[in-house]
Design a protein around this ligand. Structure first.
Ligand SMILES: [Cu+2]
Length: 271
């Protein structure tokens, strides 16, 4: 009799313990899952998703410049004046017939939509100029880094140096010499938090390019006349950002209707 009471007590204890253990295991699993989901979300690892866009609309507009156009910066060439010239002027702000050049327009935070191609961003370093001056670098998910391809077409040493820009600060990504004509590099740019990369040459302080990281295919670089167009946009409300490397960015909210055409014009002003 006594032994069966003890047995019952023991059985009950074992049962309680195993259900407690189960509950604890369940809680631990839930905590791990929640941490993972929050972590993925915070790191942006939840990649852009390609879907079939039906009845998409278009956002189009023009980016203008008003006011005094800043003077180009004048540089005295220290290295390789035989190839690069003795002096250089570099225009950080370029305007053509009132149209601001080198602006990237992006739709912010679009998580799914039309196909997103992510080819390497290509630069040609020729006549001691880095071209293009402004480019985009597609980043499809947290772990798929944009890639830069640079070719040295000059007979002098160029030394591409990339920086991730973070507010007023900047962090070196890499710094690789291209010693001779025909030297090439192809390398990931592991940008962490920022969405702007600066490309410079450590040999020549008048060589500059700026790159906007784009996380969806809804972006455009303005044409020479200032116009841009972004198509296949699912109907909805969007934040349109116009970004210039020197003049900063402007944002406006627009609505895109079924197969609609929405206008988004921007005007930057001289300081
Ligand atoms: Cu150089």
């Amino acid at each position: 009799m006594r032994s069966s009471i003890v047995q019952q007590f023991l059985d009950g204890f074992v049962e309680l313990f195993s259900s407690l253990r189960l509950a604890i295991l369940l809680m631990i699993t839930l905590v791990i899952l929640a941490t993972l989901v929050i972590g993925l979300w915070a790191s942006g690892a939840l990649a852009y998703q390609e879907i079939l866009v039906r009845d998409g609309g278009t956002i189009a507009g023009k980016v203008s410049f008003n006011g005094k156009i800043p003077e180009p910066q004048h540089f005295l060439v220290q290295k390789n004046p035989d190839v690069c010239g003795k002096e250089r002027d570099f225009a950080f702000v370029r305007v053509s017939n009132g149209a601001l050049q080198n602006v990237v327009v992006v739709l912010q935070g679009v998580e799914r939509g039309k196909p997103f191609a992510a080819p390497p961003t290509q630069f040609e370093w020729k006549d001691c100029v880095s071209l293009p001056y402004v480019a985009t670098a597609p980043k499809k998910s947290a772990e798929e880094w944009p890639v830069f391809k640079i070719e040295n077409k000059d007979t002098v040493v160029h030394n591409p140096h990339t920086f991730e820009l973070l507010g007023a600060g900047r962090r070196t990504l890499w710094n690789i010499a291209l010693p001779e004509q025909g030297s090439k590099l192809e390398k990931e740019v592991r940008v962490r938090k920022g969405n702007v990369i600066k490309l410079e040459c450590d040999q020549h302080d008048f060589m500059h390019s700026w790159i906007r990281v784009v996380e969806n295919p809804y972006f455009a670089i303005v044409a020479g006349d200032g116009h841009f167009e972004i198509g296949d946009v699912s109907p909805g409300t969007y934040k349109v950002v116009a970004w210039h490397p020197i003049l900063g960015e402007q944002t406006q909210e627009v609505n895109v209707g079924v197969r609609g055409r929405t206008k988004a014009d921007f005007t930057f002003t001289g300081k």
